[in-house]
Every structure is written in C-alpha cells, then in structure tokens.
Design a protein around this ligand. Structure first.
Ligand code: PLP
Length: 360
C-alpha cells in the first residue's frame, strides 16, 4: 500500500491513525456486531458516539456552557443562507467583510435574505490581505458581522479576532477550525464544513451562542432552525452518523496529541517550512501579505506559469498530489491541514527546491 501526501483543499487528508481505527471498527463497532453506518441514530451505541464527539469538541475548544454545538448537514454553503435566516431576528441588514472567494459566496447568498453592507473589502489588492479593523465601516444596527476567518482559495487568514462590540461576530472557519486554540466567547457563531480540517464531507458544525437562537425567520426549514436542532441534540432527523463518528475519532486524535495548543505549534512549524522557502527564492512567489498568510492553505506561483503542468506532473510522480491551485486564482496551492504530517511538508519543500535546481 502506498499512501500519497495529499495536499487537497477538501475533502482532504485525514490522520492515518483515525483511518486505521475506523477500518478496525468497520465490521464490528465495540462488540455491537455492526458498523457505525448500520446503527440506528436513536440507539444507545450511536447516542454515545454522538455525545462523546460533542464532549471532546467542547473540551478541545473550551466552548463555554452558553453555546450550543450542532452537528448539521448541508455544508458550509448551506450556512451562507441559514445564518441570515436564524440571526437576522427581525433586523434588515448584516455586515460582511469581503476577503475572497468564499466571502463572496456568503455575501451573494445573504443578499437573498437581507441588505448586505460590505464593511471592508480586500478586492483592491486581489484578496491578498485581511483588512485591518480600523478600516472597517460597521453598522451599529446590523444583525451580525460576518467574516471568513480563513480564505481557503486565496490563502488569507485572520490571525486576530475582530472586536464588533455588541453586534455578534459570525465566522466561517471551515478551513482552519481546530488548527489553533480559539476564544469562542468572542463570537456569536462559528460554522465549519467538516471536510477540510475535521473529518468526512457531509457534516457541518455550528457553534452558536444560545441567546441568538429562537428567533429564526418563519420560513426557516426546521432542520436548519438552530433552536429546534439544539433542543433535539441535532437529531430532529437522521444526522450524518458515520461522519460524526469519524469526526469524533479526529477529536480524540487531537486530544492524544496534546490538544489545540500543541496542534498550533506543529502548524506554525509546518507553515514556516514552506513560507521560509518561498521567501528566499525568486523561482516561486507567495502573493499574500506576510502577516495575513494562512497556515492551512498556501497558494504560490511559479515565476514562469509555463512550468505549471510539468511541476504538477513531477510532483504527482513523487507522491505529492492535488497541488493545483483553484481555477479562480490559478497557480499552485498546498493545503497543509492538521492531518498533513511534517514529513509531507518537508517532502514538498525538498521537491520544490529540486524542481527549482533543475528548471530555474
Ligand atoms: C470549502 C469551503 C466552503 C464550502 O463548503 P461546503 O461544505 O462545500 O459547502 C465554505 N467556506 C469555506 C471557507 C470553505 O473552505
């Protein structure tokens, strides 16, 4: 068996111990005589799996007691609509910070439900930075302020938490949740699709301050009403059971590593390996402002785009896959989520150095 180093932006690499454990438990989970996929979501086995996953996530992120944790479906893209449905609470407008491809999607969808005020935008520099808070124009009457705290395609990450006063801060943290400790109490709501840094596709995690729930617009589907789902432990209908189980194994893996503070140290070290190299060569180029560079998604360009396909071909032949940048920005992108081992990052940098030596 030959596993590659998979730099996909998502669905993405999972920790090998998690995959091995899932494989071991595939036919018979803990003496139940069945796989988790085959269990009733109302049975005691799955209820225990679900409760443990939530407890471990709460521990990892130190989620305060007045926040609900929801395990939903629909992906982060569904939250682009579900957030305004739930959080407008009679108000007419919301503030959005426009930082790239995913914030644009969130803004476009929110416009179907409310007036969107662009509080700040990085479009003037092709989304290569996170606008500083002193440049933001916040509306005190806004229902909430929305940020995309890590732009997966543009490679821009907020390394600070904005202060939005009494207006709740909402973050799409899909591609960097669990990569570092986070002060959840500074947010009204955090959401993330699982397939970047948590687990399999099909699960969407929402962490929401309880007092913001209970006033969903009347047209909100019940499965997307935070209050209804919170009261039913995210089980008003069948949850994505297998995805919840694998996410739970990932949470246990993170705890066994030493939690998110340790994970952050590792992520800083991995990202530094790539950026330090990018910064000392003329052959490659990182477009993102240094202080806003993502630790998870690293877009870069070869000085000569004519070498792109050769670069990708040779990388793949050495087991370094999915390095092609998103079609919206071109170039290359290395996604180095929690589960990417440091050996994979070292192999990438070694390959890039060798490719420069032979083609520079
Ligand atoms: C991938 C991604 C999405 C979309 O996620 P889906 O689960 O496909 O809906 C939204 N926001 C960010 C930041 C992402 O990285």
């Amino acid at each position: 068996m030959a596993r590659v180093f998979n730099f996909s932006a998502g669905p993405a690499v999972l920790p090998e111990p998690v995959l091995t454990r899932a494989a071991e438990e595939m036919l018979d989970w803990h003496g139940s005589g069945m796989s988790v996929m085959e269990m009733s979501h109302r049975g005691k086995e799955f209820i225990a799996i679900h409760a443990q996953a939530e407890a471990d996530l709460r521990e990892l992120l130190a989620i305060p007691g007045n926040y609900k944790v929801l395990f939903l479906q629909g992906g982060a893209a569904a939250q682009f609509a579900i957030v305004p449905m739930n959080l407008l609470r009679g108000k007419k407008a919301a503030d959005y910070v426009h930082t790239g491809y995913w914030s644009k999607k969130a803004i476009t969808e929110a416009r179907r439900y409310c007036q969107v005020n662009i509080a700040a935008s990085a479009e003037d520099a092709r989304f290569t930075y996170a606008p500083k808070q002193d440049k933001w124009k916040l509306d005190q009457g806004a229902a909430y302020v929305h940020i995309t705290s890590n732009e997966t395609i543009d490679g821009v990450e907020f390394h600070w938490i904005p202060d939005t006063g009494r207006v709740p801060l909402v973050a799409d943290a899909s591609s960097h949740i669990l990569s570092r400790p986070l002060d959840v109490s500074r947010f009204g709501l955090i959401y993330a699709g699982a397939q970047k840094n948590i687990g399999p596709a099909g699960l969407t995690i929402v962490i929401v301050r309880e007092d913001l729930t209970g006033e969903a617009a009347p047209y909100t589907p019940s499965v997307f009403d935070y209050k209804v789902q919170a009261e039913a432990d995210s089980m008003i209908n069948t949850p994505p059971t297998y995805a919840v189980y694998v996410a739970g194994l990932v949470f246990q893996w993170l705890k066994s590593l030493g939690g998110l503070a340790r994970m952050e140290e590792i992520n800083i070290a991995k990202a530094r390996l790539v950026y330090d190299y990018l910064d000392q060569t003329e052959f490659y180029h990182s477009p993102v402002a240094k202080e806003d560079r993502s630790r998870m998604n690293i877009p870069f360009r070869l000085r000569s785009g004519e070498l792109d396909s050769e670069f990708l071909k040779q990388a793949a032949s050495q087991g370094l896959t999915q390095l092609k940048g998103h079609r919206a920005v071109g170039g290359m992108r290395a996604s180095i989520y929690n589960a990417m081992p440091v050996e994979g990052v070292k192999a990438l940098v070694d390959f890039m150095r060798e490719f420069e030596r032979t083609h520079g």
